[in-house]
Each structure stands twice: as C-alpha cells, then as structure tokens.
Ligand binder design. Structure first.
Ligand SMILES: *Cc1c(COP(=O)(O)O)cnc(C)c1O
Length: 249
C-alpha cells in the first residue's frame, strides 16, 4: 500500500483515484475536440488546496502542467517538488505586485495579468532573476473580465475588454515578458458559451496587433466543452481531476 514508484510518488488508493479521474477528463477533452473539429488543448491541472503529494502523484501519471492561484501555497509546493524535472507551474490567481518576485522564481507562465502595474512588477522581477542567473523570460496572458457588470459581487478579476489593447502594448514593450494570449473565467451562473465566443473574438483582435499572442486559457471542470468549442488552447481543470477541494486549513 505504501510502495513508491521510481519518481518517489506513492502508489496508493489516491493515485488510483486520480488516474481514473484524469482518464475521464482526457476522454471528455478528446470527445469535445473531435466534435468541435479543433486541436486538443493542453490540460493544466489546478492543484490549489491539494497537498504537494497529490502533485507528485499526478506527475507519476504523466501530468507536467499544474496551476495554482495563491503565491504562498504555490511557492511552498514548488520548492518541495523541485526534484520533478519538467514540471511547469502556471500562476492563475489574482496577483499583488509585492508577490511578483516570488512568483517568477517558480512559475513559467502567469495567466492573470490584468493591469499595467502587475506587468511592470513582473518584468522587474524577471530582470532580477536574470541577473542572478535565473529565468530569462516569463510567459504572460492577459486576464479578461467577461462579466464587467457583475464584477463588484464576483471579484473574479480581469481587465475590461476595452482596456486590452493598451495593456497588451504595455506588456509587449516590457523586457523579460512574452505576451502569449488571453485568459478568462466564465461569468458565474450564466451560459458560458456566449462569454467564450466573445473571448474568442477578443483573441482574434489581440492577434491582429500581436500575432504571437495565440494562447487562449479558458475552460474549467464544468465548462471545458464550451471552451474547446470556442478555441481554447489551455484548459484549467481542478475539481474534476482532484475531487472537491478540502476546506481551507
Ligand atoms: C480554481 C480555478 C480553476 C479550476 O476550477 P475547477 O472548477 O475546480 O476545475 C480554474 N481557473 C481558475 C482561475 C481557478 O481559480
């Protein structure tokens, strides 16, 4: 029961459960991609609130892209798991400028840049890392608010669609940042399809000014099919792979 695989992951019931859930999610992605006649997007498994040991288990099952939304938790897990070669951390949560230095130490991409001050702080942090022989670049996605009217209640973050062109130009002008695309969360309690269709159009507009910004990070456990139909290149799936998140402790 407590045997370990060569990469140090426990081979236990939890691993078997994760394997089964992961398999079902991959099947849904496969089916939705075929129906939409689109290329299969990348799966980022969102491991927030779940222990580092679960990330190790997922790694043993072939997962190489994981997502986290809080710096304190993510940086602790990333330092515990430095031995997992080729594991990439995606930062998907709301970010404060004073966390930029920490985030660039482990994250290969930040999906949640929604204002110029954060972009500037990330650029400075990457340049600091460069000087210390650390990372040279950071992939950046702009988070879009697809539900501007409800922002006060939902606090899901994101830049207003009208502010994207200026924000994109700012990010593209900063040393150490690579503008790669857009990210969004569908509005709470509404059909995600029109929101994702809007996001897809915004992505096209962004690419006409910044052709390299081709990534579209959209789709969570309950709406991955809609996201795939609307051209998502990266899905962020937590619950349907890991199960319900444990209460915050
Ligand atoms: C938690 C989270 C996810 C994953 O959501 P699930 O519904 O658990 O799949 C995706 N994106 C963001 C920004 C998140 O915070």
């Amino acid at each position: 029961m407590n045997a370990q695989s060569p990469d140090g992951a426990p081979q236990d019931e939890r691993t078997a459960e994760l394997a089964a859930r992961l398999e079902r999610v991959h099947q849904r992605i496969e089916d939705a991609s075929r129906r939409a006649a689109r290329e299969k997007p990348e799966l980022i498994v969102v491991t927030k609130f779940h222990p580092a040991e679960d990330v190790r288990r997922l790694y043993s099952l072939g997962v190489r892209e994981v997502g986290e939304n809080r710096d304190q938790e993510a940086s602790a897990k990333a330092s515990e798991l430095v031995d997992l070669e080729g594991l990439s951390w995606h930062f998907i949560g709301q970010l404060q400028s004073n966390k930029a230095r920490s985030v660039v130490r482990y994250a290969s991409a930040v999906h949640s840049v929604d204002r110029e001050s954060i972009a500037t702080a990330l650029s400075r942090a990457v340049l600091g890392e460069r000087e210390n022989g650390g990372r040279a670049n950071l992939d950046v996605l702009l988070q879009v608010n697809l539900d501007p009217a409800a922002e006060e209640q939902t606090r899901r973050g994101g830049a207003l669609p009208a502010s994207l062109p200026a924000l994109a130009d700012h990010v593209a002008s900063l040393e150490g940042l690579r503008l790669r695309g857009l990210m969004a969360v569908a509005p709470l309690g509404a059909d995600p399809r029109p929101a994702f269709e809007w996001l897809h159009r915004l992505s096209g507009e962004l690419q006409s000014a910044h052709p390299e910004a081709t990534l579209l990070s959209a789709g969570m456990s309950h709406d991955l099919e809609d996201a795939i139909a609307c051209g998502a290149t990266h899905l962020r799936i937590g619950t349907d792979v890991l199960g319900p998140r444990p209460p915050m402790g």
